[in-house]
Write a new protein. Structure first.
Length: 320
């Protein structure tokens, strides 16, 4: 049960990615974020259950020595679970601090720019543009370098501006941050982070195409911005959501196709059932593990108290 619960996110993440691939970008982003959070929660529940086994035994008035005699793996497994949770906590804090540091540095760059409304143009020959989330009471802005402004035609600048505004209006940086943070819980969730980044860009692409009313112009703008910025390195990643990031050829190809329709009722129900099934299995597995560990310890305690000479089979069952 322990192995199945901790291995399940590999399958759950794969299912979520496949579902996201056939959904419109907005739906795909919410599906991936929800799946990441719930799969991470199931993993943490399993680790907490393992970590508490020796403590549950002590509550049942079993001596620590007897626990080691009957189930030698109890303490090593609990220690490993505790070490993993400690490492997860350290990585989580470290990742959060990286987010805040990057956001602070981005605002220092933005302060050098000029502009009206929500657009700031930063002087520089390098080519870049990104959505800058709000920070310390300051509302979000679209930051564009003068190099990017010069590299695009007038209509294409409108596409880029609409793209970055879509990131801000949809608060895409929050979805990106959530998945980026929970990805430290389980290695399988890192693939959801990559998939989400692509679908967030697709979401903003579709919003920009709707604003300008021409999908071909939107596709040309995304392609030109990516080509112009290809020779310039950029920090990338959360919270700098940029029109030039992600698999650009796939995004351009999608913009040259008709606008993706919202899933009809039957498809929505099928997708919801699939996601719900994934989530339920993960949650039930984690809860069953925690409850089973508790019940096994109680059962072993009763057997040990009633028959102190032999109950190794109970602890063997627990170890299984």
């Amino acid at each position: 049960m322990v192995v199945l619960t901790l291995a399940f996110p590999w399958g759950g993440a794969a299912i979520a990615r496949r579902l996201a691939a056939v959904l419109p970008p907005r739906w795909a982003c919410w599906l991936l974020t929800g799946a990441a959070v719930l799969l991470a929660g199931g993993t943490i529940s399993a680790l907490v259950g393992l970590f508490h086994v020796p403590f549950l035994a002590s509550l049942e008035q079993l001596s620590f020595t007897r626990v080691l005699e009957e189930w030698p793996a109890a303490v090593p497994l609990a220690g490993a679970a505790g070490a993993v949770m400690l490492a997860q906590s350290v990585l989580l804090v470290r990742r959060w601090l990286q987010h805040r540091s990057l956001l602070k540095r981005a605002w220092l760059v933005a302060d050098e720019g000029t502009g009206d409304g929500d657009l700031l143009v930063v002087p520089g020959s390098y080519v870049d543009a990104f959505a800058l989330p709000g920070y310390r009471g300051r509302r979000g802005r679209v930051v564009m370098t003068s190099g990017m402004v010069r590299s695009l035609k007038t209509g294409e600048r409108g596409v880029l501006l609409a793209h970055e505004r879509a990131h801000l209006a949809g608060r895409h940086h929050l979805l990106s941050a959530v998945v980026d943070l929970v990805a430290v819980v389980h290695p399988a969730l890192r693939s959801l982070r990559t998939s989400l980044a692509f679908h967030l860009e697709r979401w903003a692409d579709e919003e920009a195409a709707a604003v300008v009313g021409d999908r071909r112009v939107a596709a040309a703008a995304v392609a030109r911005a990516a080509l112009a910025g290809a020779a310039h390195g950029r920090s990338g990643g959360y919270p700098l959501l940029s029109a030039t990031s992600g698999p650009v050829p796939q995004r351009v190809e999608a913009l040259l196709l008709p606008e993706p329709a919202a899933p009809h009722g039957a498809f929505r129900r099928a997708g919801a059932v699939s996601l719900a099934g994934t989530v339920v299995v993960a949650a039930v597995g984690a809860l069953a593990l925690a409850y089973g560990l508790h019940e096994y310890v109680e059962y072993a305690a009763r057997q040990l108290i009633g028959a102190p000479s032999g109950c190794s089979s109970c602890w063997n069952l627990l170890g299984a």
